[in-house]
Design a protein around this ligand. Structure first.
Ligand code: M6R
Length: 610
């Protein structure tokens, strides 16, 4: 999704802005642009459709951009096609004010019509241009006051950066429902939609909250509420290394992140296990609270929703409490049954997904207690939750999530063990077995990752199939959903995940000679049931790639064309292992198709619009 970076200091701004934009590339974008104030020639802007390199080339062709203050933007089109003209920044008609914007201005049509009736000419199809033009329309010599006035007139979501040629020593930033951070350095300040854009320059950051407006110069920073009353903000130190957001010798971030899973799971689990017990970061979930809890409502999107699907099986089995899993985009517009005894478990890697955030707010409004599982420190979902459990996966750059998904699963396992122990719904013996196996999960994952070449070989056999079905039951079904999403999002192959027993209620009609079926049958209690479904598709001509545990290899090999195995672990932990061959399979298929693996078409890392 769109990215913002802004700089004001004493060094040339353009190279810093370009570097920041490159670090935001992973979010997904279709065009990019930069505006810099040149003391000699005023506001200068270069913007273009396509990659940052194209923008850099254009800037180089015109001999660079001079100036120590500027704004940069990567655009992911919502209103208006990807084009040079629709790329940000957008300028007011007289070239005095430049604006970059993430989010959507919902009442842009009415504002545009009003401004047009006043004689203002628009050049782009975007909603953002109305902000630049409205700023110019109301401009009274004080850009901070003018921005504040305009913010009271626009509806929708925004992370906003404004540069006015009349006061070229300062940037104005504002946020509502779209993340924006400030970076503090010696002799410079930055704004960005994401810490990755500033981390090379500073680790000292502050997260703006909804309704806040910031004014930054090279040496000073003021933060206000929406009525320009001063606000005191806490600074945060970003403690991950910049190398964590670099490829480190791998061809793609996705592969690097797949390979990092043992480390990420270890980092997520180990600080939370002490003396044979799970310690949930000091969170207070008393026995009384858990007994009174009427249900757990899991709210998430995409892969995080798939974690929720696996969590439902695990939590219902071990807590004996009803668990509902809702797609955040559906939850927010349904009439969910939530009480003050409901625990809303909100799962989000980015912590900024707008649907998930809106659903969180709705669940909170209805009285639920919010526990979130989030990867990005200080993100909005983390800050608006009653309690947060961070996944310590480190920055995840590839659009297709891998290590964040696995660490979310690990946190669900920890929650399950902790709650079940308190409720007395798990025996001490089973609790201890699972906990011990959870701790040895990183080694088991290494064993699965060693099969990388075999999975690459399997991908080379099957990469030309145009349609793929993933089938499984219970936890295997939940993992199949994730395997299917991984494949379609990065390789653009059509694929579907089905509960194996449901296939014969319609979808089996699509199985014909040579159709690829990936059969997940690692969940031992339902192994035979799933295998019956595998036989059904096999007898209709399907090619079957089976996934099971090592002890069941022989049984799978009797039916499947090829078999992948994972080490046998407690069933609750199987998804953490099963998902890895699915990730690798998708990765190698996409590689063989020559796809842009880390930045798949039309997708964004952090989905901050509805
Ligand atoms: O940041 P979130 O976990 O809230 O993101 C939710 C989905 O957009 C995300 O999981 C998406 O499905 C992934 N790109 C899938 O790999």
């Amino acid at each position: 999704m769109c990215g913002i970076v802004g700089f004001v200091g004493r060094e040339e701004a353009a190279p810093i802005l370009l570097d920041g934009l490159r670090r935001l590339e992973y979010r997904g974008y279709d065009s990019a642009g930069i505006a810099v104030f040149d003391p000699k020639d005023g506001l200068q802007m270069v913007k273009t459709k396509g990659r940052i390199q194209v923008l850099a080339d254009h800037i180089a062709e015109r001999g660079g951009l001079k100036g120590t203050i500027g704004l940069g933007h990567t655009r992911w089109a919502t209103h208006g096609v990807p084009s040079d003209v629709n790329a940000h920044p957008h300028m007011s008609e007289n070239g005095r004010i430049a604006v970059v914007h993430n989010g959507i201005i919902e009442n842009y049509v009415e504002i545009k019509e009003f401004l047009q009736s006043q004689g203002v000419h628009f050049t782009s199809e975007t909603d953002t241009e109305v902000v630049a033009q409205l700023l110019e329309y109301y401009y009274d010599g004080n850009i901070l006051d003018t921005v504040t006035k305009v913010l009271h007139q626009i509806r929708g979501s925004y992370g906003l950066g404004v540069l006015c040629a009349d006061c070229p020593d300062r940037l104005i930033a504002a946020r509502k429902d779209s993340p924006l951070i400030l970076g503090f350095g010696k002799g410079f300040h930055m704004i960005a939609s994401d810490v990755t854009a500033v981390i090379k320059y500073t680790r000292d950051v502050c997260y703006l909250d909804d309704g806040e407006i910031a004014e930054i110069t090279a040496d000073q920073c003021w933060i206000y509420d929406s009525y320009l009353r001063p606000v005191e903000k806490e600074h945060h130190h970003v403690d991950w290394e910049i190398s964590a957001a670099e490829k480190g010798g791998y061809e793609h971030f996705m592969l690097k992140e797949i390979m990092e899973q043992p480390k990420a799971i270890h980092a997520t689990i180990s600080p939370r296990i002490r003396d044979g017990q799970v310690v949930l970061d000091g969170l207070d979930y008393s026995e009384e609270y858990l007994w009174a809890m009427d249900k757990i409502y899991i709210i998430a999107c995409g892969s995080s929703y798939h974690v929720g699907m696996a969590a439902k099986y695990v939590l219902e089995k071990y807590l004996r409490k009803p668990v509902e899993v809702a797609l955040a985009s559906e939850f927010r517009y349904s009439e969910p049954i939530v009480t003050d005894r409901t625990l809303a478990l909100v799962i989000s890697q980015s912590g900024e997904t707008i649907d998930t955030l809106a659903a969180l707010r709705e669940a909170k409004r209805l009285g639920a207690r919010i526990l979130s599982i989030v990867n990005v420190m200080g993100s909005t979902i983390a800050r608006e939750s009653d309690d947060v459990l961070y996944t310590w996966a480190g920055p995840e750059i590839a659009v297709a999530t891998t290590k964040a998904y696995s660490t979310q699963l690990a946190v669900v396992d920890l929650i399950c063990l902790s709650f079940a122990r308190k409720l007395g719904t798990i025996s001490a013996e089973e609790h201890d077995t699972i906990l011990a196996q959870l701790q040895s999960l990183p080694e088991k994952l290494e064993e699965v990752l060693e099969q990388r070449e075999q999975i690459q070989y399997l991908a080379s056999i099957y990469f030309n199939h145009s349609s793929v079905f993933f089938i499984g039951r219970n936890l295997d079904y939940a993992v199949g959903m994730e395997g299917s999403l991984k494949l379609k999002e990065i390789s653009y192959l059509h694929s579907e995940a089905y509960a194996a027993g449901e296939l014969k209620h319609g979808t089996i009609s699509l199985i014909e000679q040579g159709t690829l079926v990936i059969a997940l049958a690692s969940y031992r209690p339902l192994f035979e049931k799933t295998m019956s479904n595998v036989v059904e598709v096999k007898s209709r001509g399907a090619k079957v790639l089976g996934l099971t545990t090592e002890p069941l290899r022989g049984e799978m090999e009797k039916v499947a064309d090829q078999t992948i195995t994972v080490p046998e672990v407690h069933p609750m932990l199987l998804p953490s292992l099963d998902v890895v061959p699915m990730q690798l399979f998708a990765y190698y298929v996409a590689l063989m198709h020559g796809c842009d693996i880390d930045k798949p078409r039309n997708l964004a890392k952090s989905v901050t619009v509805e």
